[in-house]
Design a protein around this ligand. Structure first.
Ligand code: HEM
Length: 401
């Protein structure tokens, strides 16, 4: 379907716009007005081009509707929500993000122990060491460009550690991640996807011969339904960790550090009360939720008064739901001890597999940075652009102290 086509069942008065479409860039902080203001509009909007700029999609701003769609695997499918396999002309799916129940449950049963507390505790010191190494590189300089010098590199190092890949690959992964997720040019996206695929397939073959204590080997040894995973499933799993586990953490730390740089009172509070960092991270995750996903309707259903029909896309927008005044009192105030139940990691069966790791990474980044660096702020006259759609990502964050 073409981006501008409006299906016959969509009434004209529900057709509208949505500012967070892939490819858009803004010079304002989108969390200041752009996102909160979406709650002044209707509860259901059909957005031409709303899905990746290529196809129409429904947008439901209210938290209750978003939570219902996440939970509703009877009317909504996750198949093909990301475009990468299609771009290569391939048939693999992200595992488990693009697998519907009941198969999804078999994969999750195998994968859930991966980020259990015992495994996280074992990883903690390594994660802390990576954070310190990057901070050491700029801490005596009085300034850094936080996005490129820390926010991107730190989660890549953690990903390489988990996958048993060499740290010498950080720069390659940074290049691929930017090509895949932050380049508007489709040829560059395809080239980056192919590079990641070639590299991960080589590593999968290597682990078949040389098993190790890493997540690739874990996938190779795993079984579902009494059989080993196929190469497509193994690759879909590795690729899911690649797109799910790095960019989301990078942008989360960038958004949280931007908040602290712009709100010295919150920064001072956390410096004086480091034990409150885990609680504060929950509120910052509510307020600065970066990642959008999609669903495809498979059975007719009414949402927020709109008739949604099979084939319709829905854009999943936790960043908007998390600012819903019907779900959170004073939603645009950042109240560090609010301890909210938020949708940052989704909801229902597909709830983020890596949430325990993501939380540890963000908490450790804050703990180590606040210990090593004095009160920081955004460099005077800094111009920060933010990429919208997919992942809400500031292009830079120049900090001074
Ligand atoms: C702050 C960082 C993160 C955010 C905001 C985030 C957000 C999300 C969301 C919203 C979902 C649900 C997607 C849906 O329902 O369609 C999800 C799923 C997933 N995430 Fe995360 N994520 C983060 C970090 C991570 C990390 C660190 C990993 C792994 C290393 C990871 C791996 C996954 C996987 C594998 C899924 C698919 C789960 C399933 O379908 O059962 N994520 N994530």
């Amino acid at each position: 379907m073409n981006a501008a086509t409006i299906p016959a069942h969509v009434p004209a008065h529900l057709v509208g716009t949505f500012p967070l479409v892939l490819g858009q860039v803004t010079e304002e902080n989108p969390f200041d007005h752009m996102i909160p203001d979406l709650h002044n509009g209707p509860a259901a909007v059909y957005v031409p081009g709303g899905y990746l700029g290529i196809e129409g999609a429904w947008f439901f701003p209210r938290a209750v509707d978003m939570q219902n769609v996440y939970a509703d695997t009877e009317h909504f499918s996750v198949k093909d929500f990301a475009p990468f396999s299609k771009f290569l002309g391939d048939t693999w799916s992200l595992v488990p993000a693009e697998i519907d129940p009941p198969n999804h449950g078999f994969f999750r049963a195998v994968l859930n122990p991966l980020f259990a507390p015992r495994r996280m505790a074992a990883l903690d010191e390594r994660v802390r060491t990576y954070a310190r190494q990057y901070i050491d590189e700029f801490k005596d300089r009085g300034q850094c460009e936080f996005v490129n010098e820390f926010a991107f590199r730190f989660p890549i190092a953690v990903f390489l550690e988990l996958m048993g890949l060499p740290m010498s690959k950080v720069e390659d992964f940074l290049k691929w991640e930017k090509g895949l997720l932050h380049d508007p040019n489709i040829d560059n996206i395809i080239a980056a996807t192919r590079s990641v695929k070639d590299y991960l397939l080589e590593e999968i073959e290597d682990r078949r011969k040389n098993p190790r204590d890493d997540l690739i080997t874990y996938g190779i040894n795993a079984e579902i339904d009494g059989r080993k995973w196929s190469t497509d499933e193994l690759f879909g799993f590795c690729f899911n960790l690649f797109i799910g586990g790095m960019d989301t953490v990078s942008t989360t730390v960038a958004l949280h550090f931007r908040h602290l740089a712009e709100h010295p009172e919150d920064q001072i509070f956390l410096r004086e009360n480091p034990d409150k960092i885990p609680l504060a991270v929950e509120e910052l995750m509510r307020a600065y939720s970066p990642a959008m996903q999609a669903r495809t309707c498979i059975k007719p259903v009414q949402i927020a008064g709109a008739q949604v029909m099979p084939g319709d896309k829905v854009i999943m927008t936790p960043m908007v739901a998390n600012r819903d005044p019907a779900a959170f009192e004073n939603p645009n105030a950042i109240i560090l001890d609010r301890n909210p139940r938020h949708l940052n990691f989704g909801y229902g069966v597909h709830r983020c597999l890596g949430a325990p790791l993501a939380r540890r990474e963000v908490i450790i980044a804050l703990e180590e940075f606040l210990k090593a660096i004095p009160l920081f702020r955004i460099a005077p006259n800094a111009k920060i652009k933010t990429f919208l759609g997919g992942v809400i990502q500031p292009d830079c964050l120049p900090l001074v102290w």
